[in-house]
Design a protein around this ligand. Structure first.
Ligand code: BG6
Length: 509
């Protein structure tokens, strides 16, 4: 399939000039990994696309002692190393010309005095009070501290420009923490100023789930318990934890992927059609889905959840060590690198349909997909003999890689007999649009600066996600039994088979 409308500039990334007020963007944690690998390159690509406002300044805040020039050099190096397009040096130097760096501890009032002075100076040279966006890309324990200090320094409100705060994940590591963080954030900012990041929502293919469901009338009549047998949401990764043991061993697969990214995929798949795509209309519908998922009870956990850890194995022809032998991981760690759940969405549309979620590090390959399996036909009148693997229709939305949508159908095998085998009808982003998608962070940074919150999680949404995951996280942390293992480079633990009902099968990773 190819797109039917011709894009006037088919290679453009779709970040057309949307109105964004003149903005000073402040990155806390400016020398950290996320800033260097994702945020600065994303901002560069926005500049390259002409999507930034005419008046735009970047201020980095971090503990390290750096001059403006040294930070400018560090930012340029990061952009050259990680930008999705080779940087145009003119755009790059234009972007970084006015860049400021504020050095200081996040709990020191002096840091915010210096930041306030830098903002005032930039406003003065612009001749107007510019909007401010504070991006919290620090270790999560600083989120509350920074928010409180911004409030204390009077930087969270402005009489003239808009002030917004963008908060990275994880938004708490438990329900209690998420509630406390929300309370703190909302004591300083109004919810309309707050943009909680889940980078999955910035992915084109995740947004396409909404387009797919709500721009095509043909799916709506089928999109319910009468026609859908089960749904599998998979976020498999082939990589291990790399150098992130410090973070990962405290997080684990459930907090790292399920509580946020996978819950978001589930809500987009299950939500009712919103009245409009305005932020609150969409988020109201997503929250209703989360409310329809029963809070797991201790006695349910054995049937509806599985956790495991990767053991040594071979992937991509390389020998991989097991999780416990990774640098920085305690040899008696009980942290799961694989988590699978069976959930039910108890409402009229979905009651009785099992939703299987699984994620893991060091599985056979990287794939994020949602597979919706329809109910089988009530009676197959065709020849079984010679028919090949006749299966119920399956709609697979692939988030990454090979982004696209595929629908499996039974088709007649050419010949004189009436024999059937499955074939796929496919839409692939790469061939249909012939364009490079923007990185998730490009879309999200732009939307936050515009005050467009549809692709950000609201306070009640994040709390509802935690209400589902918290009992599992707590039970797992209190359980001292050895975890099931799976060899690196495989499909995951055999124990995950136990979650499947009615002869359902996991799709191959
Ligand atoms: C992050 C997790 O949020 O998402 C990582 O912390 C994970 O552990 C990553 O690898 C996956 O993101 P993506 O965009 O590669 O699917």
């Amino acid at each position: 399939m190819t797109a039917t409308e011709t894009d006037p500039n088919p290679l453009a990334a779709g970040l057309e000039r949307l109105p964004v007020a003149p903005t000073n963007l402040v990155i806390f944690g400016a020398t950290g990994d996320l800033a260097k690998r994702k945020l600065l390159p994303a901002i560069y690509n926005l500049a390259h696309e002409g999507a930034l406002p005419g008046q735009f300044n970047l201020i980095g805040v971090s503990r390290g002692e750096l001059s403006n020039d040294a930070y400018r050099e560090m930012a340029a190096e990061s952009i050259r190393a990680f930008s999705r397009t080779p940087p145009d040096e003119n755009v790059l130097s234009g972007l970084l010309a006015e860049l400021r760096y504020v050095s200081g501890a996040f709990d020191e009032p002096g840091t915010y005095d210096a930041l306030g002075a830098a903002l005032a100076e930039l406003d003065e040279s612009a001749g107007e009070a510019m909007s401010r966006a504070f991006y919290l890309s620090t270790a999560p324990e600083f989120f509350s501290v920074i928010v409180g200090a911004l409030g204390g320094a009077g930087l969270s409100k402005s009489e003239t420009g808009d002030v917004r705060v963008i908060i990275e994940k994880p938004f708490g590591t438990s329900l209690a923490e998420a509630l406390a963080l929300n309370a703190k954030v909302l004591s300083v900012f109004d919810e309309s100023q707050v943009f909680r990041i889940d980078h999955y929502l910035g992915k084109e293919t995740v947004q396409n789930m909404l387009a797919f469901r709500f721009a095509n009338g043909m799916f709506e009549p089928l999109w319910n318990r009468n026609y859908i047998a089960h749904v599998q949401i998979t976020a498999a990764e082939d990589l291990g934890i790399g150098s992130r043991a410090g973070y990962y061993d405290h997080a684990g697969a459930l907090r790292d992927l399920v509580e946020n990214h996978m819950m978001q995929l589930l809500t987009l798949l299950c939500m009712e059609p919103p009245v409009t795509f305005a932020a609150n209309d969409v988020r109201d519908e997503k929250v209703k889905v989360l409310h329809a998922i029963r809070t797991p009870q201790a006695e349910d956990l054995a049937q509806m959840s599985v956790r495991a850890q990767y053991a040594a194995g071979v992937s991509g022809g390389e020998n991989d060590v097991g999780y416990l032998a990774e640098a920085g991981v305690p040899s008696d760690s009980h942290t799961e690198t694989y988590a699978a759940l069976r959930l039910e969405v108890d409402n009229w549309r979905w009651a009785g349909v099992p939703f299987y979620l699984r994620t893991g590090k060091r599985l056979a390959r990287k794939v994020t997909e949602i597979a919706v399996t329809l109910r089988p036909v009530p009676h197959l009148a065709f020849e079984q003999d010679g028919s090949l693997g006749v299966r119920p229709n399956q709609l697979v939305m692939t988030i990454q890689p090979n982004e696209g949508v595929s629908l499996s159908l039974g088709a007649k095998i050419p010949g004189t007999r009436m024999r059937i085998r499955p074939v796929n009808m496919e839409f692939l982003y790469g061939t249909a649009f012939m364009s490079q998608s923007p990185e998730a962070y490009e879309r999200l940074i732009l939307d936050a600066m515009r005050g467009e919150a549809t692709l950000f999680t609201r306070n009640d949404e994040v709390e509802a996600q935690w209400r589902i995951c918290d009992p599992i996280v707590s039970a797992w942390s209190a359980d001292a039994r050895a975890l099931p293992q799976y060899a690196a480079g495989t499909q995951g633990p055999v124990e995950a088979e136990g979650l499947l009902l009615d002869g359902h099968q996991w799709r191959a990773v």
